[in-house]
Design a protein around this ligand. Structure first.
Ligand SMILES: [Mg+2]
Length: 381
């Protein structure tokens, strides 16, 4: 399988993520108009919504249907424990409804709908089938059904991330970014005063105003971006895709770095110090979710850095798709010690040195590694 052509896998993954984007847009519109009462908390207090479980269910169902000839292994974020609680029967009912509405539209995306609507137990089964823990051998799909649930709930940036790992290497990645329009520079100019209503009330005639799906296959040297599908149109894949590239700026004085919105997810004062010592002048761009990787791949920012608190373990589904996309768009992704991220060791990025950097050029990357080295001793991460 080493030099296999992954056209079929890539096609299914891109189509599934487009479907997931449409599902999320519907759920997000409902959350914004009906309030956030439908948002639940997981055991670690992170928010989860109908969209997280529904996307995981449809992607799991589509992969299982499309690759019946394979033993499909999926590593994904959500489990069914919360959703199976008797007191949350209403929640399971809304997930089941959302899943069936979405799967009924599958032909629009070039995929098959189920012959009969799925029952709640089939939905739970699809979600719980994603219980693989990955590892160094074989094929594993890696899914974050809604990355940046907080951004999603706020009507801000979030992503649907699907990647395929084979023998420990990420071989393709697809990122759905429903609130990240095709237009260049949009994040930079509108990020700080972006309002949900503003983007969603605009006419659906211009899908470039809405979001995009970005994808890349390892070793192709190319990354691609497609607009979301208009309401009464079919997905034309790969016809409407256009190539994206990282920024060509390698002067730190002109460069912009992006980082997580929440201080809890990354040490803002440490990154400010690194950026200062590298000679950055621009304010950081703070963005929810893996849209940060998309911003680097599209050339909307030059560096993404993340330094989680000591003891936090990064999960593979939060990075796999973004890493391959940035690399194929011409960028570099490593840990803060300059080593590639290791996707071969299960659910977590084991052995990660301090933080993660995604960068548009080798020159900026070198500057970053030097700045971290110089700043580390004086910091108290
Ligand atoms: Mg998630």
């Amino acid at each position: 399988m080493g030099d296999a052509n992954y056209a079929r896998e890539l096609g299914v993954a891109v189509r599934a993520v487009h479907m997931a984007c449409a599902l999320c847009q519907r759920v997000q519109a409902g959350l914004v108009s009906h309030g956030t009462g439908q948002v639940k908390s997981k055991d670690d207090d992170s928010p989860v919504t109908v969209a997280d479980w529904s996307v995981q269910a449809i992607v799991s169902w589509i992969l299982a249907e499309s690759f019946q000839d394979q033993n499909v292994s999926i590593v994904a974020e959500e489990d069914v424990q919360t959703l199976s609680k008797a007191e949350l029967a209403d929640l399971l009912a809304s997930v089941t409804k959302t899943v069936n509405e979405s799967l009924a539209e599958a032909p629009k995306y070039g995929l098959q709908s189920p012959k009969k609507a799925l029952g709640a137990s089939q939905v739970l089964e699809a979600i719980s089938r994603c219980n693989s823990t990955g590892g160094p051998t074989g094929r594993h799909w890696v899914l974050d059904p809604v990355d940046g649930t907080l951004g999603f709930v706020r009507g801000d940036q979030y992503a649907i991330a699907l990647a395929l790992i084979e023998d420990g290497k990420v071989i393709m990645g697809v990122l759905g970014c429903p609130n990240y329009p095709m237009k260049n520079g949009w994040l930079n100019h509108h990020h700080h005063h972006h309002q949900y209503d503003e983007s969603m009330s605009s006419s659906a005639t211009d899908t470039w105003e809405k979001g995009c799906v970005i994808y890349a296959q390892k070793g192709s040297g190319k990354a691609w971006m497609q607009p979301l599908v208009q309401q009464n149109k079919m997905l034309e894949w790969p016809n409407s895709a256009r190539q994206i590239k990282v920024s060509s700026i390698d002067d730190p004085g002109l460069a912009t770095f992006c980082e997580p919105v929440e201080k809890a997810n990354s040490n803002h004062s440490f990154t400010a110090g690194v950026a200062h010592s590298m000679g950055f002048k621009n304010q950081p761009l703070r963005v929810h979710s893996m849209v940060k990787y998309a911003a680097i791949a599209r050339g909307d920012a030059e560096i993404f850095m993340k330094f989680a608190r000591c003891g936090y373990k990064e999960k593979i589904w939060d990075h796999a798709a973004g890493v391959v996309i940035v690399e194929e768009a011409g960028g570099v992704v490593t840990d803060a010690g300059g080593r590639p991220l290791d996707f071969s060791r299960g659910t977590y990025l084991e052995g990660l040195d301090r933080g993660i950097v995604a960068c548009c050029s080798a020159k900026l990357h070198e500057g970053f590694i030097g700045a971290v080295y110089a700043s580390w001793d004086s910091s108290n991460l």
